[in-house]
Design a protein. Sequence first.
Length: 572
Amino acid sequence: MARILRVNLSALTATTEEAPEAYRKFGGRGLTACILDREVPPTCDPLGAENKLVWAPGLMGGTIAPCSGRMSVGAKSPMTKGIKEANTGGAMAQKIARLGFKAVIFEGKAKEPTMVKIDKTGVSFCSAASLAGLGCYAIIEKLKNEYGKNACFGCTGPAGDMGLTAASIMFTTPDFHIRVAARGGLGAVMGSKNLKAVVVDDAGSNLLEIKETHKLKENVSALTKGVLGTHFLEGLRHMGTPQIVMITQTAGALPTKNFSMGQFDKAENLSGEHMEELLKKRANAETVHACMKGCIISCSNIYTDENGKFIVASIEYESIALIGSNCMIGDLDMVARINAACNDAGVDTMDVGSALAVAMEGGLLQWGDAEGALKLVQEINAGTENGRMIGSGAKVTGEKLGVKRIPHVKGQALSAYDPRILKGTGVTFATSPQGADHTAGIVLPGPHHPEYSPVEPTGQGRESRFMQQWMAAIDTLGYCMMIGMTFMEEKPKQLHLNMIGALSAVTGETYPDTYIMDLGASVLEIERRFNRAAGLSEKDDRLPKFFTEEKFGPAQFVFDVTPEEIDSVHKQ
Ligand code: SF4
């Protein structure tokens, strides 16, 4: 699998080429970074024709390795103005890999809204006029009826069409639920290219090349045995990521009232425990659900109402915290409805959830006004002024409403962990080339890390660096973050070796024991090089001032990691 598919939207042509040597050692996030670094002018307009949109399965994509079908979507971000990778589950990466492609690069700009179909016979183009004005749920339903059950889709919603900076790209799971390449406004990049939807069908194709099948099976079997039964997986396998609500609540790090408090008095109503109890009683609901083939964790869910009517799939911790506690909304059904409205508009629940809290702080809505928040998100589809504002994320919303406390780094809203309590995660938010993002290297205490104190101001740079490198490698290999966190917990040395052994079985190459961390470090270096050339510097690697000034929680913590330690993260 060493071919690249280039789709030129200006000319409506597609070409296939052997991947250049420089691209071969990467997949996923590393490959999107490498392609952008070599092919996209760092100072270009993110919504101009010079920007490229890259979809890349990881190095393990399409193989039998557990949870290895994640896809990296890359482009210069209209939100951070730097390099961006948005990572998603769903069926797309595995299908692209089975068609024999390391990456699909969308270039140029179509004259009118266009749909691209990719299958074993090649690439075709058609008008997307029939999808105009539809929300993402209607688009997916229409495509499913037209292209059948073996296809999967990636599309933009109204927010992407309008070029809003919190616009995401929506992908489908094998059973046609939505998974989202959420962060950084890459839906606006897709919209700017007039690329409305992509249909991929891998029927009759398996061009994935595995050099040593037996060796792959052996290493995959060892990896799977190693991770099943780990502490990290216990809760995930029956509550999914909503299990984190009560963990951050107990730690005092659950974003509440626009990051002014770390505990919410209605947190139990939003918890994974409550969700599990609720959904077990509801028809057509599922408390565990896999977003892709080969997932051994199933951390997703299908959320229905008390009559068994579908609301959303899946509801995740980050959405619950940023739409829920951070807006003082303690009703999980309403959080699920607002999440579904975000999916329909095609926006990031994290940036829009954060924007809702900022709008509440700015007086546009009352704290806890769930109905008002839902209506405001629904205004995105209608393209009203307030809808466009909220669909552009927390920074734009805060600036328009004159709010001083805007929780963002490089223009991207913080994920749902207060950095005054989780200081290593705060360093990652500050210094990741991706902007504030938990998937870039969250640093957590736990049984796997008994000596680590998350509130100490020193030593956090080292912890953050390790996790940033680790996650950059996990995203490059194509593993899901959930299994990536688990690999670290149990006998990490042996699991590292099994990960390396599995890759070696796929490529036929040999790698040193240090391969994984070296890979992550090299990806971060490429990303930082792009960002420097785009004009970002150390002054952009800072949390908003209120985190360093406002005392927080009973122990009156502030984020007090020194600028020197922050700046040392990427200098080792
Ligand atoms: S663990 Fe969760 S996010 Fe990861 S692949 Fe499985 S269902 Fe998807």
